[in-house]
Ligand binder design. Sequence first.
Ligand SMILES: C[S@@+](CC[C@H](N)C(=O)[O-])C[C@H]1O[C@@H](n2cnc3c(N)ncnc32)[C@H](O)[C@@H]1O
Length: 197
Amino acid sequence: MPTAEPAGTALFLKRWLRRPFAMGAVVPSGRLLAEAMARTALREIDGRDGHVIELGAGTGEVTKALLAAGIPTGRLALVERDPELAAFLRRHFNGTQTIEGDAARLPRLLAANKVERVAAVVSSLPLLSLPGEIVTGIVHGVFEALPRGAALVQFTYGPVPPVPKGLRANLHLVGAHGRRIWRNVPPAVVWTFRRPP
Ligand SMILES: C[S@@+](CC[C@H](N)C(=O)[O-])C[C@H]1O[C@@H](n2cnc3c(N)ncnc32)[C@H](O)[C@@H]1O
């Protein structure tokens, strides 16, 4: 289970100094945001089989909330590209599957790790600060992995949907969002995107 907060926060900051654009934030997600992501994910997997895939798990703030919300460890797969963060996740989240790799290769990563069915994808990737072609690769891969009707859960601090308009149109995605979480620093919104069944 999770480690003491300072170790995770210090590691997060250290990795941010190395790759600020890939990390997207200086500190891990706040508790209220992580809990809102987890509540949304739990609602989304109701009645669905398969894994919950967390993209960009970092030091596991959202992971902790997903587990606390009741998602079983055996159904949770964490995808993290940064080797040091992936090693941290392996050490601290026994029973979950940590997959070190690039979310842009999601279908191949899942196949290589024998994850066959996906119930939902939960992402804290900084989609709005990554280059457009990388975001296109990631979002296409997510919807290749997800069955129709199943959701990508993605937060943003910004005022616009975190999946760009052109991609939403190309993939026929329907987006919906919850209330802005004003008490999170910075305030954030949790979105879901899906292809209608
Ligand atoms: C904003 S941090 C979120 C960390 C954690 N989930 C949280 O909410 O505190 C983004 C994370 O995504 C990871 N990341 C960035 N690009 C990635 C990619 N293409 N594939 C997998 N992980 C990536 C970064 O290494 C970082 O850990």
